[in-house]
Design a protein around this ligand. Structure first.
Ligand code: SAM
Length: 309
């Protein structure tokens, strides 16, 4: 397979045409009910949206060896939430799909002034409700362990050096150390112990002593929004609702083996593909609109690490 392959197609037709087991990771962001019509009069909402997305996941399942990750959102209108992500999750579970715990895409919500009406009402909070700062990413896998995963790929050096502070058990961190050098602390079993804490400088000078990388957790914090007239961002924004590249990168790095195939059947301007190519994976995707496929093609031809600096 070439580094990337794009098609103008309906997601279901395209998924049915893929070979079984040909995809390592499917990451996608379908239309969020009627939040946008995409110029194609997209109008599925409520149960119709759930039935349609159930069909999409069912079509994807035989093709994807690893994770199917669906970033989606329900609409709030007239002070009532449609719950479509939850309804889809429940339908998938009841039909026998294997679900992993939903991840949270933590974004910067639109300011909650109450000024938003209608389709954007769900983002703005208002006088009697809260600003919306997150979206679910529904995660479906085959039963058992994933064929490839690196949960720590987007991990980071722990905030505290061994022996340093820990937010869960006072005086105990993941290496069994205590709060501060020479301080008497009670460990998780309640036994008093003397903590020893190497300084951060010690750790930097002896990196081998700190192999642990803190697992990044299932809340993925990304900056959303902000338009630009330049570079990759300019082409990304030719989609009405581009996913943050950082969100796609998280899933690509954690759940697709290097050289593996990442797919997106609602690719828009190809953000999932950008993340895949940037991290040495291949990409295959489709969108129903030819203009989005053209923009994605332009974007992906230009992917090199230098566009991100
Ligand atoms: C939320 S946007 C995806 C944005 C994309 N993640 C990005 O970063 O650019 C949803 C996309 O789904 C596409 N779409 C809607 N119905 C479709 C269908 N039946 N088959 C394939 N694509 C469809 C729309 O054209 C739109 O580009």
């Amino acid at each position: 397979m070439k580094p990337f392959q794009l098609a103008t197609a309906d997601c279901l037709d395209w998924l049915h045409a893929q070979a079984d087991d040909s995809i390592d990771l499917l990451l996608t962001s379908p239309p969020f009910e009627k939040a946008r019509s995409y110029g194609i009069d997209f109008d599925r909402e409520g149960e119709a949206w759930v039935r349609w997305m159930f069909e999409v996941v069912t079509a994807a399942a035989p093709k994807v060896k690893g994770l199917i990750a669906v970033n989606c959102e329900g609409m709030t209108t007239n002070h009532s939430y449609s719950c479509v992500p939850e309804l889809l999750t429940a339908d998938l579970k009841r039909a026998g799909f294997n679900l992993r715990k939903t991840c949270v895409y933590h974004k910067n919500g639109a300011p909650g002034t109450g000024g938003f009406k209608g389709q954007h009402e769900h983002q703005g909070g208002g006088p009697d409700w809260l600003r919306d700062d997150w979206e679910p990413v529904i995660c479906i896998t085959r039963p058992g362990k994933l064929p490839w995963a690196d949960g720590n790929a987007c991990g980071h050096r722990p905030k505290y050096a061994p022996g340093g502070e820990n937010h869960r058990h006072a005086g105990r961190n993941q290496w069994g150390g205590g709060r501060a050098a020479g301080v008497r602390v009670r460990d998780v079993e309640g036994v008093l112990a003397t903590a020893v804490r190497p300084s951060h400088r010690d750790v930097d000078e002896n990196p081998d002593e700190v192999e642990a990388i803190a697992n990044p957790g299932n809340v993925i914090r990304c900056y959303a929004g902000g338009r630009s007239k330049k570079g990759d961002r300019y082409l990304a924004d030719k989609s009405e609702a581009p996913m943050p590249v950082e969100l796609a990168e998280f899933f690509v790095r954690a759940f697709c083996r290097p050289g593996g195939v990442v797919a997106d059947p609602f690719m828009g301007t190809g953000t999932t593909g950008v993340a895949a190519l940037k991290w040495g994976r291949r990409f295959t995707g489709c969108d129903i609109r030819p203009d989005q496929v053209r923009y994605a093609d332009r974007r992906l031809r230009n992917v090199s690490p230098s566009i991100f600096v």
